[in-house]
Design a protein around this ligand. Structure first.
Ligand code: GLU
Length: 450
């Protein structure tokens, strides 16, 4: 295959701005980018906006900002738009009409009982063979395509003509696109032959499928198919890139966490799989968490404080104590945002108002048990200095007593007294985070309540 690779590789990513940036398209853009960068080529961006009714500038903006967010570092200035290049298509349509490879045909317009003109290609009705890097040799008998319509008029080209002209004029050497493109390829090859354009090398990427192998669709999965959903939900672009790279390809071996640079270096288009790639949401969460763990300290702090600041005021000292606890408990920063809203972590910042019934351990029979146990805990820790108020010290002091009186009967009310919740970090962690004074106050409040 290598002898067929032209000296300068030119690829393209030509989305139709008729909807929010689809993750399948984002994956296609990434594979183009990996392949192109690896081969020192150029990836060209163009907007296929010939469908004037469905194309919207906000969709084009969404696609561009999504690509930038992912780190697809290519030229987006004044993107080429098909809608602004009518002259180009007219030139080739005129040529085809002149050389007889296309002709004007009178069509009956059903509803109005009138006749209208369209331009059809003169199909040579032959078999064509082309190489798909991923699928091997593909042979198609083009006869059944008949003389298909390529334009409504010389100033109104249809999709296939515009794609072929643009790929030709942009010098595209490799067309790397989604599996659905397979059905377009024979028509596009016939047009290439008619205008004397060289045939690019094709690679059709497998679809991204749901776990039940159904197609990922906007109708069924809603916003989950748009890249913006993941941006808004606080996913990290590095995780998204790594995850999407593994949708249909993997570098082999054990290593799963790969940076953009490593992905480019390792990407091998010949190893992209033919069969559908499963969109595994759990795996995406796993990648995101791995990337959160690897964030540089300042960046992690920035992401976390951005969410905490929406509701709480706190000292840097407190932040330092809780940052790793928060990090352990989230897969995405969007989850933190939700936790802030629902008050999941309120106890770090605000004294809770425990519910009396929650303070009692499930096996205990009356409120005097947690009350007495909390009193004992208070006695044991009230004289510990602030400096000694550490997780380890507190554990050493309190654990033997808890074992003596029943762990649940001591540690459960203590934890609820400190957090007010039935889920929270363990009481030793909480005591050390809250510090001596605040801990004693919260325990006393719970005793009073009981
Ligand atoms: N505009 C087409 C799309 O968004 C691109 C198809 C192609 O890559 O040829 O599906």
């Amino acid at each position: 295959m290598s002898e067929n690779i032209p000296s300068k590789i030119i690829t393209r990513f030509p989305p139709s701005p008729t909807g929010w940036f689809h993750i399948g398209n984002a994956r296609t853009a990434l594979f183009n980018y990996f392949f192109t960068k690896k081969n020192n080529g150029t990836l060209k961006f163009r907007l296929e906006d010939t469908d004037r009714e469905r194309s919207k500038p906000e969709y084009a903006d969404d696609i561009v900002s999504g690509l930038k967010w992912l780190g697809v570092d290519i030229d987006y200035t004044n993107p080429y738009k098909q809608s602004e290049n009518g002259d180009k298509y007219k030139k080739y349509l005129d040529l085809m009409l002149k050389n007889g490879s296309a002709y004007i045909s009178q069509e009956e317009v059903k509803e109005e009982g009138q006749r209208a003109e369209v331009i059809r290609i003169k199909n040579q009705n032959k078999k064509i063979k082309y190489i798909d890097i991923i699928r091997g040799e593909i042979e198609v008998d083009t006869t059944e395509l008949e003389d298909f319509v390529i334009a409504k008029s010389v100033t109104e080209p249809l999709y296939h003509l515009a794609v072929v002209v643009d790929d030709f004029e942009m010098g595209v050497t490799h067309v790397i696109r989604g599996e659905d493109g397979i059905y377009n390829t024979p028509r596009q090859i016939l047009i290439q032959e008619a205008i004397g354009a060289p045939r690019p090398i094709y690679a059709h990427m497998p679809f991204i499928l749901n776990e039940d192998r159904s197609k990922l669709s906007k109708r069924k999965q809603g916003e989950l198919v748009s890249l913006t959903y993941y941006r808004n939900a606080g996913y990290l672009p590095e995780a998204m890139v790594n995850f999407l790279a593994f949708c249909g390809w993997n570098p082999g071996g054990e290593q799963e966490i790969l940076s953009m640079t490593e992905l480019i270096e390792k990407f091998d288009i010949m190893k992209v799989q033919k069969s559908g790639a499963i969109f595994n949401k759990e795996k995406l969460l796993w990648f995101n968490k791995e990337y959160i763990k690897r964030l540089p300290a300042e960046r992690l702090e920035r992401e976390i404080t951005a969410r905490l600041d929406k509701k709480y005021t706190y000292t840097k000292e407190l932040l330092n104590k809780i940052i790793h606890i928060i990090t352990e408990r989230i897969n995405t920063f969007g989850e933190l945002e939700k936790y802030v809203e629902t008050g999941e972590f309120d106890y770090f910042f605000i004294a809770p108002k425990p519910v009396k019934e929650m303070l009692i351990w499930k096996k205990d029979t009356n409120f005097s048990i947690p009350k007495n146990n909390l009193k004992k805990v208070l006695e044991m820790i009230k004289d510990i200095s602030e400096a000694d108020f550490t997780e380890e010290k507190l554990k050493t002091i309190l654990m033997p007593k808890a074992e003596e009186l029943g762990k649940g009967s001591v540690l459960w009310p203590l934890r609820v007294a400190l957090s007010g919740r039935d889920r929270s970090p363990d009481p030793f962690t909480l005591l050390s985070i809250l510090g001596r004074a605040e801990s004693l106050t919260r325990i006393q409040t719970a005793i009073n309540l009981l």
